[in-house]
Design a binder for this molecule. Structure first.
Ligand code: DON
Length: 564
């Protein structure tokens, strides 16, 4: 008996998936790797890969699992973007961003005097866009997956129906938002023990959510956008004078779109286009920085930080002016991501001192008629790579659970520019490119990205963090490509952020050494250390030569890189 037990334990040591713990050492595997913000979900992904599923099957399974085990950001009531690079060379993206309801309008978040009322776009029913996640994941599975819906949704159904033990973090996060959750009886029913907070170690069962997931399992998108789930969503909307109708749900479509593509020092960048600003802003910053010797000026030096900050300002100024839903506004994508445009804009990039943001503004582009969150990265045994960022915007979205359906709705409407010059919850500005219009998708900053080296996937990366997503991705990309860090080092390294307006560098606590801060201040930069951290990157780096996959979860979170 003892012998069997000890050989079982030894076997476990060898086959049990390694969880990422050491901050500077990535998790290493040979066949497949899943890095997500939640260990249960990462394990689901690996389970699917081991069943013979590809990276897209695993991505969809992880997406649905996160909706159950990581409901602060994982969702079926929100939206997201999936960037895919298949082993045969095809690259594509799925846009399943939420859209404004048909009865939305440009003044819906303004008071009688025309002033923006942030609570209207951030809290409650009006804040909610028509969810896209189910449509997008089902479509991606049908077009690029190998397994059936039943198989990829089953782990999520099991977590919801049979429950799972709550981690310290899960219970803590629920407690932190208790006041908001108790405001809505449906949310209190699903996410509290009759009004009392759940504790670490409790078995958390979500019966309504299990039934919703089973409807999706059986009927695909119709299990969400029509029939019982749609009826429950519309009934919830009616309770709070929300705008989403049956028609809004039935007419929602996910869209497969070409990715944003560019190059940086010979590496190819594949990222998300409109309605995300992520790929365009990332590409513009990389183009601006390309001629500079970033490696030579060194990681974390005031010179490098100054350069990167100037590039961030220029690109975020363009974001505010030119970026929105490309189906509603002629976003000059080609020009914004071109090397020529970066060359023109670079004349404004003074690497020796801060140029005040108000003097920078956006570029001159002639428009011809003619974007709390979570990221996960997956690579399978064939070399297919998938990068997904998904969101309900704030943690627990608009805090409203659809009664009887068991999931939180988003508050994504706040990503629109409610009024020119009025910052949203991330301090982002915008104008007509991102104004509220019926059926339009709100601009996103989500930046799911795949970097190719010699034509093959090399780095799969992305992050939550609102406006700071794009600069977090930029920094991990530069850390790997320029500073030659391993993916875990790149992920752990301190981060900073500038978004043109407000004209300040935000840095992590202990992010910059004192003399670097003094140098930057002497050159005219305003620096504001943040209370919290910046971004939560889940990344994979591929070492083709030695046949290894390296996964790294951000030490700022409590996710897991699991490989086999
Ligand atoms: O799509 C966007 O850009 C935002 N809704 C993302 C929100 C987010 O990352 C919140 N997490 N910290």
């Amino acid at each position: 008996m003892m012998k069997t037990l000890s050989s079982f334990l030894i076997l476990l040591l060898f086959v049990a998936p390694p969880l990422s713990v050491a901050a500077k050492r990535p998790v290493r595997a040979k066949h497949g790797m899943v890095v997500s913000a939640d260990a249960n979900a990462s394990n689901v992904g690996v389970q699917i890969l081991k069943k013979g599923g590809n990276a897209v099957d695993a991505a969809v399974a992880v997406g649905f699992a996160l909706a159950v085990t990581f409901p602060g950001a994982g969702n079926i009531g929100g939206g997201g973007f999936m960037v895919i690079r298949m082993a045969d060379g095809r690259t594509t993206t799925f846009d399943y961003r939420e859209k404004a309801p048909a009865s939305a309008n440009s003044t819906m978040f303004l008071d009688e005097k025309g002033n923006f009322v942030p609570s209207r776009s951030q809290d409650g029913y009006l804040a909610c866009g028509v969810p896209g996640s189910v449509a997008g994941m089902v479509m991606a599975l049908e077009r690029y997956g190998k397994l059936d819906r039943k198989t990829v949704l089953q782990p999520a159904v099991d977590f919801a129906a049979k429950g799972f033990r709550l981690s310290h973090e899960f219970a803590d996060e629920l407690k932190a938002d208790m006041r908001d959750i108790l405001k809505y009886p449906s949310s209190a029913k699903a996410f509290t023990k009759e009004g009392r907070p759940y504790d670490e170690g409790d078995l958390f069962v979500q019966k309504d959510l299990a039934r919703t997931l089973q409807r999706i399992q059986r009927k695909g998108r119709d299990g969400f956008y029509r029939g019982t789930t749609a009826d429950l969503i519309v009934a919830e909307m009616k309770r709070g004078a929300g705008l989403i109708t049956k028609d809004d749900l039935a007419s929602y479509v996910a869209v497969e779109r070409p990715p944003i593509r560019g190059t940086y020092r010979g590496y190819e960048i594949v990222s998300m286009g409109p309605p995300s600003s992520g790929g365009m802003v990332l590409m513009e910053m990389l183009n601006l920085l390309e001629p500079f010797d970033i490696a030579g000026s060194g990681f974390g030096s005031s010179k490098t930080i100054g350069l990167m900050t100037e590039a961030m300002k220029l690109a975020y100024a363009d974001r505010a002016e030119f970026m929105g839903d490309g189906d509603f506004y002629p976003v000059p994508v080609g020009r914004l991501i071109s090397k020529d445009y970066a060359a023109e804009r670079r004349v404004l990039l003074d690497s020796s001192k801060a140029t005040p943001s108000r003097l920078l503004g956006h570029g001159a582009i002639e428009i011809k008629e003619g974007m709390h969150t979570t990221h996960y990265s997956i690579v399978d045994q064939w070399g297919n790579a998938v990068s997904v960022t998904t969101t309900i915007n704030s943690w627990y979205g608009n805090k409203i659970v659809v009664d009887g359906a068991g999931f939180f709705l988003n508050n994504e409407m706040d990503d629109f520019a409610a009024k020119p010059g009025a910052p949203n919850q991330f301090g982002l500005l915008g104008g007509s490119a991102n104004s509220v219009q019926p059926n339009k998708r709100m601009l996103s900053a989500m930046t799911p990205t795949i970097v190719l080296k010699d034509g093959q996937p090399y780095l799969i990366v992305g992050s939550p963090g609102g406006s700071t997503i794009i600069t977090s991705v930029l920094q991990v990309v530069l850390n790997v490509l320029d500073h030659r860090m391993n993916v875990a080092e790149a992920n752990e390294a301190p981060r900073f952020h500038h978004q043109w307006m407000p004209d300040t560098i935000q840095c992590e606590r202990f992010g910059f050494p004192k003399d670097v801060i003094q140098n930057l201040e002497a050159r005219g930069y305003a620096i504001r250390p943040r209370g919290g951290t910046l971004g939560r990157i889940e990344a994979i780096q591929i070492d083709r030569k030695n046949g290894f996959l390296f996964g790294a979860t951000d030490p700022r979170g409590y996710g897991a890189a699991v490989g086999y």
